[in-house]
Structures are given as C-alpha cells and as structure tokens.
Design a protein around this ligand. Structure first.
Ligand SMILES: NC(=O)c1ccc[n+]([C@@H]2O[C@H](COP(=O)([O-])OP(=O)(O)OC[C@H]3O[C@@H](n4cnc5c(N)ncnc54)[C@H](OP(=O)(O)O)[C@@H]3O)[C@@H](O)[C@H]2O)c1
Length: 308
C-alpha cells in the first residue's frame, strides 16, 4: 500500500454511484467535489435541501459537467432515514460507495425525534439505520464499499449503553457524548466488517478519520479562554484545510489497495495531518464483545434488522 496517496492516485469513478451524508459542508462538501470530478454520480445527502442545493451550485459552477443529486436526509429522524432510503432505491438500482460522513460535535443536550441523545443518535444510530436500509442495494452492487468517518477523539470514548436514550436528563457532558459516538462509529465498522466476512459478501467496510480539519464542526465548541489559547497557538500547528481533511475518507472510499477492516487517517504528527495511511485505533475500538453488544442495542433501538 502506497504511503503517499494523493488525488492523482484516485481511479476514475465513471459508472460509480456514491452517497455522501452531510455533503453540503466541510469534509462532506470537499468529498462530493472530488468524487464528482472523478466522474462518479454523487448523491449529496443533507438535512437542509437549501444548503444542499447551494453546495451543489457552488461545485457545479467550477465543474459544470459533473453529476450531483441533492436528496433530503435527516439522521436525527428514523422516519427521514427511511424516506431517504426508499426514495434512493426508487431511483437507483446500485450503490458503489456509501460515505457515512455527517456528524455533530459537542452539541448541548438534546434528543433526536426518536428520543435518542443526539450525538449518538445522529453520528451512530442514524448511520446504522441508513446502512441497514441500503444493505440490499449494497449487496447487489459488486465490490461496494461502506466508509465510516470517526475521529481521533474516539480514543477518549467509552460506551455507556444507558446513555443512548435517557428518559430524564442525567449529567450530560457534550465532549463525553461526542467521544462515545465516534468510538461507536469504529465499533460499528468493526462488527459490520465481521458480519460481511462471515456472510462472504462482496463488500468492503473501511473506517477513517480526518485528523484535525477546519470545517463548521466546531460551531458548538466552548469558546472560553482555554479555547482561544488552543485556537491561536495549537490549532494552526495541527489543523489542516477541509480538502486535506477529506483525504482519508476519500482514500478509504476509492483506493483498491485499502482492504476491508482497515482504518485510515493522516500519517503525520499525532495523525493530525499528512497523507492518508493506516491509522491506529484505541483498544476499545477493537473490543469484539462491545461491538456485538452495540450492534444488538442499535438494532433494538432503531428497529432495523440487517438482512445479510
Ligand atoms: N473537522 C474535523 O477536524 C473533524 C475531526 C474528526 C472527525 N470529524 C468528523 O468528520 C465528519 C464531518 O464533519 P465536518 O468536520 O465536515 O463538520 P461540518 O462542516 O459541520 O459538516 C457536518 C455535516 O453533517 C451534517 N449533519 C449534521 N447533523 C445532521 C443530521 N441530523 N442529518 C444529516 N446531516 C447532518 C451537517 O449538515 P448542516 O450543514 O445542515 O449542519 C454537515 O453537512 C463528522 O463525522 C465529524 O465527526 C471531523
């Protein structure tokens, strides 16, 4: 596997159909731009059609020949996820790449439409449901891929199964909830890969993280004095641009030398920037028992059973 993968190494994606969740902003937007430029047919899935159409217009201005379709998907509502999957399957009979990218970080306490704590709800459970509902299409597409975007912060994560659907507001720490959801992303990819191998499916599951990238993700970040210090002194040293941050996910989605079960991230200092290469995950992300328990809990909360 090449250590210095760049966009020039990405094969043509002509004939491929790709879904990018959260495709209107940050890493998702940059991914849509590149995938469309490489001639994929890209579905830009977003919770706001106006923001999605705005993103599409911006890309089409520079790349008028590309194929981008905007579709509504709100991962904080299982009803919306179902409607998206139904609408997608009514129009498309294949899905080569599902890039599960959308996410929220450090948001104040809140619940999804279905009553889940919103970071686990959007970042993990929404994508769990989406992937399950699209599994038949992924299965029937040769060499299809699912990519899951996690974070370096998964290393601070711990899965507290009782925190997924609080009935009453308990002590809530936005950073703890975000780290948990990003650990859940990796455990989901782990178990999905396991089940795909077990059922001998012609599919690849890869997880990735962007290191640190300048996007709109930090909009809920505590802007206190320690944040300003970090922002002024440490961030510029570690943070890369959004297009650079999109590279690990893009490599995970398109490089044929990347195999199922791999985890891709920047190869530079502390994995915060640099060429996308094999990344290191925390031991908790490789805990098979927790991965299986998370799978069962996710099935029971979402009501989505995977038909392998
Ligand atoms: N940037 C980083 O340094 C960094 C580091 C580690 C991991 N990540 C991960 O990278 C991924 C992309 O984040 P980003 O940095 O590109 O942030 P971003 O610029 O805020 O983009 C996040 C995207 O997710 C969408 N989204 C949020 N809630 C949604 C919902 N309920 N349904 C559908 N879409 C929803 C947002 O839509 P709206 O525009 O409508 O809000 C937006 O399109 C996330 O999974 C994040 O955890 C980022």
């Amino acid at each position: 596997m090449k250590k210095t993968w760049q966009l020039e190494d990405m094969p043509s994606l002509k004939g491929k159909t790709v879904i990018v969740t959260g495709g209107n902003s940050g890493l998702g937007y940059e991914s849509v731009k590149v995938l469309a430029k490489k001639n994929a047919r890209v579905i830009l899935a977003c919770r706001s059609l106006s923001r999605g159409n705005e993103a599409k217009s911006k890309i089409m201005k520079d790349q008028p020949q590309t194929s981008i379709e905007v579709m509504a998907l709100d991962l904080s509502s299982l009803d919306s996820v179902r409607k998206f999957a139904d609408a997608y399957k009514a129009k498309h009979n294949k899905l080569d790449i599902l890039l599960n990218n959308a996410g929220i970080m450090n948001v104040p306490y809140g619940k999804t439409t279905d009553g889940f704590e919103q970071q686990i709800g959007v970042n993990h459970l929404g994508h769990f449901a989406l992937t399950g509902l699209l599994l038949d299409t992924l299965k029937s597409t040769p060499k299809s891929r699912v990519v899951v975007i996690s974070s370096l912060l998964h290393k601070k994560g711990h899965i507290d199964f009782d925190s997924f659907s609080y009935n009453k507001k308990r002590t809530y720490d936005p950073q703890v909830a975000y780290a948990q959801s990003k650990l859940a992303n990796l455990l989901f990819a782990k178990q999905l890969n396991h089940l795909i191998q077990k059922n001998k499916l012609d599919m690849t599951v890869v997880s990735a993280h962007p290191g640190g990238a300048k996007t709109n993700l930090g909009r809920y970040q505590d802007k206190g004095s320690s944040f300003n210090l970090v922002k002024k002194i440490i961030y510029p040293l570690l943070i890369q641009t959004a297009d650079q941050g999109a590279m690990p996910g893009l490599r995970a989605a398109t490089d044929e030398s990347v195999t199922s079960g791999m985890y891709i991230g920047p190869s530079g200092f502390m994995e915060s920037s640099g060429h996308p290469y094999i990344a290191k995950s925390a031991p908790a992300a490789n805990d098979l028992q927790t991965a299986e328990k998370l799978w069962k809990k996710s099935e029971s909360l979402t009501g989505i059973q995977y038909n392998f």
